[in-house]
Design a protein around this ligand. Structure first.
Ligand SMILES: C[S@@+](CC[C@H](N)C(=O)[O-])C[C@H]1O[C@@H](n2cnc3c(N)ncnc32)[C@H](O)[C@@H]1O
Length: 466
């Protein structure tokens, strides 16, 4: 019999030691792991927890990392980010580093090594001559993952997104697996490292040209996230680049970083002004995402009344009337957005897409326009395009519930229940605060309560650990 108070203590020790955040749905799994680990180590529950409270039990933390982390990864995951890396980021860094001829990269939460090796492959593919020194460091809390990374043999499933030419150039088939060329392996080092722990050398200022930290932040407490972001920012060379996962977000104005948009993805470039030293864990306030700028497409004209009328008609589901009010007069950003929504409702997906793209040409950081474009792409059957714009909308405005909801529903449709669980859970939380206007614009005729009920029903149907 496991006591609730033991599980609660275990949960807070895991946050303190490994920086992980768990929600109430994880309690059953935590109880199972606590029971198993205390039995395996031959301790009763309270001795095990007392031992874990002391700082010097690294082996056990490694075991817990092995048991409790999600290690999903593969080569060239999120291909658009690697296209941005190869076509924009590395050429820029190569120009900047022309005198030193050195490129340093870091993969934080590297899992079994695919991300770190993909970085090395990309650098080898674009370096101007063999004289360049390329180094990649991969960090992960799980020693089991580091061991697999060092072996550097992968299944064809790990290479599912790897272009054929690259597969042929840098991998050799061996015993039904693919072994990575030594020329790539020798560029990459791996280290077991827990990002919730202090480690000054790793985070020395101004060292890395590129840092990848994808699909890790979402598992961390806000304190650990904020400290890690500060450290990564500071450890980039001025002008260096930071890539995050699609569900990780810093908002559009993170300190010391400028958002960059290319190849249908977002990433960050360290500003050239000085970044303050990273504070210690306890001093870090939670990050406060800022809103992206709003640039009117043209000087606003006195059509506020038309906008309000069309919005009211939309609220009453009188779509054709609403379209009639706006179609030939919309000119400001707000009016164009509403027009895009109405055209989508009317099934005029290609007109709606034109509006969405025009809005984004003017302001690529406009989260609502990414969402509007995504809705019309989804309506027109282009699910992949829709997903990428929903992700951008959620990324640019971490408080925006609607793209999370759509991503959750799409993931459910694809049977990806774990992703659906994460997105729907977040949507549920954000829906409480979502702006009324956004619910009218993007709720598809559902109000806040109906959307919340939908979210809950879908979450129950997921039936997964969240
Ligand atoms: C989902 S994988 C991401 C792999 C890769 N970055 C990608 O996006 O394909 C997350 C990784 O973060 C690691 N991780 C979790 N907590 C960590 C911590 N406190 N310190 C370092 N790594 C951690 C896990 O072991 C896991 O391998």
């Amino acid at each position: 019999m496991i006591h609730e108070s033991d599980v609660a203590q275990f949960r807070s020790l895991l946050s303190a030691r490994l920086g992980w955040v768990f929600d109430d749905n994880d309690v059953a799994q935590l109880g199972t792991v606590l029971r198993r680990r205390s039995e395996t180590t031959g301790m009763d529950r309270s001795s095990y927890l007392a031992r874990l409270t002391r700082v010097d039990w690294e082996d056990e933390l490694s075991e817990l990392a092995r048991e409790l982390t999600i290690n999903e990864t593969y080569f060239f995951r999120h291909g658009e980010q690697f296209r941005a890396l190869g076509q924009t980021v590395l050429p820029d860094r190569i120009r900047e580093r022309a005198n030193q001829r050195v490129l340093r990269m870091l993969s934080v939460g590297c899992s079994s090594g695919e991300e770190a090796y993909t970085l090395a492959i990309m650098a080898r593919e674009v370096q101007p001559d063999p004289g360049w020194i390329v180094s990649v460091l991969g960090l992960d809390a799980s020693p089991a993952m580091i061991e697999r990374a060092l072996i550097a043999r992968y299944s064809s499933w790990s290479l599912r997104e790897t272009p054929d030419a690259i597969r042929q150039r840098w991998f050799h088939p061996r015993d039904s697996l693919y072994e990575l060329e030594p020329a790539i392996r020798e560029l990459v080092q791996f280290r077991q490292h827990n990002v919730a722990a202090e480690e000054r050398v790793l985070w020395r200022a101004d060292q890395y040209d590129v840092v990848f930290c994808r699909n890790l932040l979402m598992y961390l407490t806000s304190d650990v996230q904020a400290t890690l972001i500060r450290r990564m920012t500071r450890s980039l060379v001025p002008g260096g680049y930071l890539f995050l996962g699609h569900t990780d977000s810093l908002g559009s104005r993170p300190e010391g970083l400028e958002p960059v948009h290319s190849h249908r993805t977002f990433y960050y470039r360290r500003a050239t002004a000085t970044v303050a030293p990273a504070p210690r864990m306890s001093q870090v306030p939670p990050p406060a995402p800022a809103s992206p700028p709003r640039i009117p497409l043209t000087a606003p004209r006195p059509t506020a009344a038309a906008y309000e009328r069309a919005l009211t008609l939309l609220r009453d589901e009188r779509f054709t009337d609403a379209l009639g009010v706006l179609e030939h007069v919309a000119s400001t950003q707000q009016e164009m957005l509403l027009l895009g929504v109405l055209l989508t409702q009317a099934g005029r997906f290609s007109d709606a897409e034109t509006i969405g793209r025009r809005l984004l040409d003017t302001d690529g950081l406009y989260a609502d326009a990414h969402h509007q474009l995504a809705v019309c792409l989804e309506g027109g059957g282009s699910t992949d395009g829709a997903i990428s714009h929903y992700r951008l909308a959620a990324y640019l405005d971490p408080e925006f519930a609607m793209p999370r909801l759509r991503l959750g529903l799409l993931a459910r449709r694809r049977g990806e229940n774990r992703v659906a669980g994460i997105e729907l859970d977040r949507a549920l939380e954000l829906l409480r605060q979502e702006r009324e206007e956004r619910i009218v614009l993007f709720g598809g005729g559902f109000g806040r309560i109906a959307l919340t009920t939908l979210c809950r029903a879908e979450l129950d149907a997921c039936g997964v650990r969240r």
